[in-house]
Ligand binder design. Structure first.
Ligand code: 173
Length: 289
């Protein structure tokens, strides 16, 4: 009996040691097209982890929306079909984040804007049909718009065919998929701040050893540190590039602009509270400006 226990203990130890020494591979997807604005930070994160993690941990980056539709990324992460995802909260409002561990916010300091092909002279969107995601749905509807949710990959065609009169999107990135060819106006000011983050499946995380966790956490911290300054630079560059592409800026007089901006936040919080009457008011208390 004693020998058997000893043997079992040795075996268990042996297995543990082997498991700890083995390189772990994590499958990753991005909800944004490869090598575009909102995937680049993540791709840098993957490179860093793979460089520093040789023999310890490797991220196998499967790809962007060609590999998986963006609105399905949250579910795939929850179910463990993938271990890591580069995704924005707007794409997994069907789930909310309890199935995932938050690793890093790689996009910040990056306001959303309303882009239009029809001119407006006041913040009234009555009669306009706009492409949205859940982030700014309530705001645009409050201003009278009819809205339709699409993945980024469908925006160009929707503009080309006149299915929509405009869309919401951050200040950067409209050149990645050629939307500048189909965009006449940008409305200022911008509002909110786009969020794109790296999430990891909770049980994938729990299986990692301390060294592997530290590797991911290190690359996460480094990426977060870079985000604000990086987007300050990217925002300025794209504002200039949009002007050069002939995109005209629609502005309102200061008091009206202020109302437009405040309404973005008021409508946004109303939406949060409507969808989560229990936690919404607490979130607003902690996070509202
Ligand atoms: O408009 C969108 O698709 C969207 O919600 C988003 C979020 C973060 C970055 C870019 C776009």
């Amino acid at each position: 009996m004693r020998n058997m226990i000893m043997a079992a203990a040795v075996l268990a130890l042996g297995l543990c040691t082997r498991a700890a020494a083995q390189e772990v591979t994590l499958r990753a997807v991005s909800s944004f097209a490869e090598k575009t604005t909102y995937s680049r930070g993540f791709e840098r994160f993957v490179e860093r982890v793979n460089e520093a993690g040789k023999g310890v941990l490797r991220i196998n980056y499967i790809g962007g929306p060609k590999a998986m539709p963006p609105f399905e990324v949250g579910n795939a992460l929850k179910n463990g079909v993938v271990d890591i995802a580069n995704v924005t909260g707007a794409f997994y409002t069907n789930l909310m984040p309890e199935a995932a561990v938050f690793l890093a916010r790689l996009v910040d300091n990056n306001p959303f804007h309303l882009y239009l092909n029809k001119k407006i002279d006041k913040p009234d969107l009555t009669g306009l049909k706009l492409r949205i995601t859940p982030v700014y749905r309530d705001f645009f509807q409050k201003l009278g718009a009819t809205v339709v949710q699409t993945a980024p990959g469908e925006v160009y065609t929707a503009l080309e065919r006149g299915v929509v009169d405009g869309y919401g999107w951050p200040i950067t990135g409209i050149f990645d998929l050629g939307w500048h060819e189909r965009t006449k106006y940008r409305v200022d000011p911008g509002f909110y701040s786009a969020e794109v983050s790296v999430l990891i499946n909770k049980s994938s995380w729990d299986k990692l050893n301390d060294k592997q966790k530290a590797l991911l956490a290190g690359a996460a911290a480094q990426g977060e540190e870079e985000a604000v300054a990086e987007f300050a630079r990217l925002n300025a560059a794209d504002i200039e590039r949009q002007a050069k592409a002939g995109i005209q800026v629609i502005t309102f007089e200061p008091a009206v602009a202020r109302k437009f901006y405040d309404e973005a936040y008021a409508a946004g919080w109303e939406g949060v509270i409507r969808q989560s009457p229990e936690h919404g008011p607490t979130l607003e208390k902690f996070f509202a400006r």
